[in-house]
Design a protein around this ligand. Structure first.
Ligand SMILES: Cc1ncc(COP(=O)(O)O)c(C=O)c1O
Length: 406
């Protein structure tokens, strides 16, 4: 059998995108481990905790009671009611159940929203460093990602001036993510309002706010979402969230949003001709996640904050690394500006952050993701969603690797 497809068989749109680099590095680390190497993975973006028992029990009860059929495309009414209540309780936002929508994962909310709205030439502002999927989903949808680089000196936050400069008459969306992946950047209410002031002047721009890490904030940081910070933007905001990170439910595949009803209807039309809807069982589990006890959220926060402090402190002791202290998510994004041009133990020169990540993995068995994958170099991302013991060992290896660079 031939291992080649016929010419022109694959969609041209596939040439516009890359396979996910984070998944590629996690795969490489897995292969090295399988080959007997001692590898510590700091690349994966998921909590290492197990899904809380009350949520698992709700899923088991759903299976036992026969909740195993197709559901409404937009989500079961019970989950849409729970989402509506969550937005009111936690964000002070009024989204009626008909303004909510459920998809198989937060990523699918973004995908469906962009596919349902982008036309050729539409511009989408994506602050960098960005979560790897944003630009590629825009490209798949025929839109044009407009990448706006942020600076370490600004805490990797988008500034009002940079936002203003990036907006054109073709701008359809700003994708806004905080706490941010890969930097953990957060915005105070004041900083948010400086951005919403700009957006108010440009009525053609909608905001897709990705609040996936809302509950992973530290040191008393108070999270606000965009439509809450500026109610006048409510009519052109899609507020996206999900259960993956806050409830350690990455494998259950449930994301949700609140948005103006005509947009919800457009997304439902598309979802009805693609995945049909999210898993019935996961939807029932998510009703429990959003409506049941929330006591493990502060417990998760405390553990992640301790880990953040450990990693920031140890990385800042590594020669040539500058690691800011983020206020949210479970990532740090240190700079390796001072290490570029160094020679690794293999004899190869570190010319890029990709070289740094590859040499670190090969010589010390620590898997991190290079900054270029997120659109801002020279940096790397560490996910600290793993045990303190492994984090300490990984940071020791990074310290040794940096110390050995000549
Ligand atoms: C910023 C951000 N948004 C969305 C997602 C996707 O979440 P889900 O697993 O629910 O599709 C992720 C997952 O890594 C993320 O980091």
């Amino acid at each position: 059998m031939s291992d080649k497809l016929p010419p022109n068989f694959l969609a041209e749109s596939l040439n516009r995108i890359q396979p996910s680099p984070t998944i590629a590095i996690t795969g490489k680390a897995r292969d090295l481990k399988a080959a007997g190497r001692d590898v510590i993975g700091l690349a994966a973006g998921e909590p290492d905790f197990d899904t809380p028992d009350n949520i698992k029990e709700a899923a088991i009860a759903a299976i036992r009671s026969g909740q195993t059929k197709y559901t409404a495309v937009e989500g079961i009414p019970e989950l849409r009611a729970a989402i509506s209540a969550k937005f009111k309780r936690e964000n002070g936002l009024d989204y009626a159940p008909a303004q909510t929508f459920v998809a198989p994962g937060g990523k699918m909310i973004i995908y469906t929203a962009l596919m349902a709205t982008l036309n050729p030439g539409d511009e989408v502002i994506v602050p960098a460093p960005y979560w790897v999927s944003y630009p590629d989903i825009v490209l798949l949808g025929g839109g044009k990602p407009v990448i706006v680089e942020t600076k370490i000196e600004d805490g990797f936050r988008l500034t009002p001036e940079a936002l203003e400069r990036a907006i054109t008459p073709r701008t359809k969306w700003l994708i806004f993510n905080q706490p941010g992946n890969p930097t953990g950047a957060c915005y105070t209410l004041e900083r948010l309002r400086a951005l919403t002031e700009v957006l108010l002047r440009h009525p053609q721009v909608w905001v897709l706010t990705d609040d996936m890490y809302e509950h992973l904030v530290f040191g008393g940081f108070k999270f606000h979402t965009v439509a809450q910070a500026e109610p006048r933007l409510y009519d052109r905001t899609l507020t996206m969230n999900g259960v993956s990170k806050a409830y350690a439910m990455t494998g259950w595949r449930i994301g949700y949003c609140g948005a103006p009803e005509p947009l919800i209807r457009a997304m439902a039309k598309l979802q009805s001709q693609s995945v049909s809807g999210a898993s019935s069982i996961s939807q029932w589990a998510s009703v429990e996640a959003l409506s049941g006890p929330q006591d493990f959220i502060p417990r998760f926060q405390t553990i992640f904050e301790e880990r953040r402090d450990l990693v920031v402190s140890m990385l800042n002791q590594a020669r040539g690394i500058e690691c800011p202290t983020p206020r949210g998510a479970f990532y740090v994004y240190p700079s390796i500006r001072k290490l570029i041009g160094g020679r690794a133990p293999s004899g190869r020169t570190i010319a890029t952050d990709e070289d740094f990540a590859r040499e670190l993995l090969e010589s010390e068995g620590a898997a991190v993701v290079h900054g270029a994958a997120f659109g801002l170099s020279p940096f790397f991302r560490v996910s600290y969603a793993t045990s303190n013991a492994l984090l300490e060992e990984a940071c020791r290896r990074i310290q040794r690797f940096c110390g050995d660079l000549r």
